[in-house]
Design a protein around this ligand. Structure first.
Ligand SMILES: Nc1ncnc2c1ncn2[C@@H]1O[C@H](COP(=O)(O)OP(=O)(O)O)[C@@H](O)[C@H]1O
Ligand SMILES: [Mg+2]
Length: 222
């Protein structure tokens, strides 16, 4: 489902010398696989997710997701790729606090080429799969941390993406909510989602059937 070959990312901003954030990363992720990018802060995990998500471009190397080459997409095609293929889940939830749960979940579908009925069906399915349907009318500002992350999962699922990219998703959750989050990801994997989680939370290593990929100083540590 995802094939990275020899991906490098060098930053030139802010440092006198170029900084190699990713060095020769080759990684293949099968459909319905769950991969944990494990590494300390600064090791390059978010940079790698941003390249898979076509939010930034690699300095060299190739990135294939589904059957699409995403390393050199124009901004417009990158935004279509993200909308159609990816769901993002972040540590900080990134919800619109004044909007209801269901309106947050509806946002990614605003420009999708689907009918109103189809959108409603997808929103309902996403709310159910993220176990947050019972709070659909509540403003995001009023949710607990665990509920906010469930709302964020539902938003990521609204477009029925093949791939979920999660960046430190449990960093703001207590251990019980982190556990529930992990269980929800396993359910989504069982539904066929391909999942990549960047994290240093050891809870992910306890999950059955996940592959842990250690990232050290921008390299896969093997
Ligand atoms: N836009 C940027 N410009 C310069 N350096 C960056 C930029 N983005 C990230 N970095 C550097 O790349 C390294 C990896 O960052 P990041 O991928 O965010 O690590 P992680 O997510 O593992 O904590 C860090 O040293 C960070 O400072
Ligand atoms: Mg990070």
């Amino acid at each position: 489902m995802i094939r990275l070959e020899h991906v490098c990312k060098t930053f030139h901003e802010g440092t006198p010398e170029a900084f190699e954030a990713l060095r020769d990363i080759s990684l293949h992720v099968a459909a319905s696989e769950m991969v944990i990018l494990k590494g300390i802060s600064g090791s390059g995990k978010s940079t790698l997710l941003s390249i898979i998500g076509a939010l930034s471009k690699p300095s060299s190397g190739s990135v294939i997701v589904g059957n699409q080459s995403v390393a050199k997409l124009s901004d417009l095609h990158a935004s279509h790729y993200r909308r159609d293929t990816l769901g993002f889940i972040f540590q900080s939830f990134n919800l619109f606090e004044e909007l209801s749960v269901e309106d947050n979940v509806a946002l990614p579908l605003i420009h999708a080429p689907i009918t109103h009925d189809e959108a409603a069906t997808r929103i309902n399915a996403a709310l159910e799969r993220a176990h947050i349907a019972h709070k659909r009318k509540v403003r995001a500002a009023l949710l607990s941390g665990g509920e906010k992350q469930r709302c964020a999962i539902a938003r990521a699922l609204a477009s029925d993406p093949k791939v979920l990219l999660c960046d430190e998703p449990t960093a703001n959750l207590d251990s019980q909510n982190a556990r529930a989050f992990c269980d929800n990801l396993l359910e989504l994997r069982a539904l066929g989602k391909t999942i990549i989680v960047a994290t240093h939370d050891p809870i992910f290593e306890t999950l059955e059937g996940v592959r842990v990929v250690p990232i050290v100083s921008g390299r896969i540590d093997s």
